[in-house]
Design a protein around this ligand. Structure first.
Ligand SMILES: [Zn+2]
Length: 217
């Protein structure tokens, strides 16, 4: 028995826009950095975040260019994250590397966004006392996020299906073309055991790796 449901609405254009590739450098996501402690360690280690090669010219000599501060809103703890940028000696492209927990474009960390969308705690062990300290995300912001969360994931499913990796092709197959972004995240978390708090960030990083500049949220 099939249960017909309404097609999800299209996502806003900002989630689909692709910047021209003439841009010198760009953003890389460190998909294995999920907490502040690890992030600080990587910042301090000389090669912690140094890209192994330049995505623009394949050059292998990259130097630290500078550090930038990213302000975060509605963040438990310190509302700032320091971000490192490297420059390629050969072509002068500048690459900033973001830890996986930072939600690009949203001024938040992914656990904050995930918590607002799903109610999931960052970790099962998170004490309630600390949970109460999470600042509230304004209702208007949550509404905007929710409209993206329940928007069509068709474009993302196509990207995942076409990437040539069997595991992602299978994932796309289970979703079909009328899945929402929430469905995509749920299916990802079911197929790759992903702890709560990391689910949105993991899918966003995957999409960014397969098709840079395309956004989950
Ligand atoms: Zn280069």
């Amino acid at each position: 028995m099939s249960r017909r449901r309404l097609l999800p609405p299209e996502p806003p254009p900002c989630l689909l826009r692709r910047r021209p590739s003439s841009q010198k450098g760009g953003t890389l996501i460190a998909e294995d950095v999920w907490d502040r402690g690890e992030h600080e360690q990587r910042l301090c280690a000389p090669d912690g975040y140094r890209p192994s090669f330049c995505r623009k010219c394949s050059g292998v000599v990259l130097h630290v260019h500078d550090y930038r501060e990213r302000r975060l809103r509605a963040e438990p703890g310190r509302p700032v994250a320091r971000i490192i940028r490297h420059s390629c000696v050969a072509c002068a492209a500048i690459w900033q590397t973001l830890p996986a927990f930072l939600a690009r474009h949203l001024w938040r960390t992914w656990p904050v966004v995930e918590r607002a969308m799903t109610g999931a705690r960052a970790t099962a062990a998170e004490p309630d006392r600390r949970a109460a300290a999470w600042p509230k995300v304004p209702e208007r912001t949550q509404r905007r996020w929710r409209s993206r969360w329940f928007a069509a994931a068709r474009f993302l499913v196509r990207i995942v299906a076409a990437c040539g990796e069997e595991i992602w092709a299978a994932l796309a197959q289970t979703l079909g073309l009328d899945a929402t972004r929430a469905d995509l995240v749920a299916a990802y978390a079911a197929s790759i055991a992903t702890p709560a708090g990391r689910r949105l960030g993991a899918v966003a990083a995957l999409i960014d790796r397969l098709e840079p500049q395309v956004r989950l949220m």
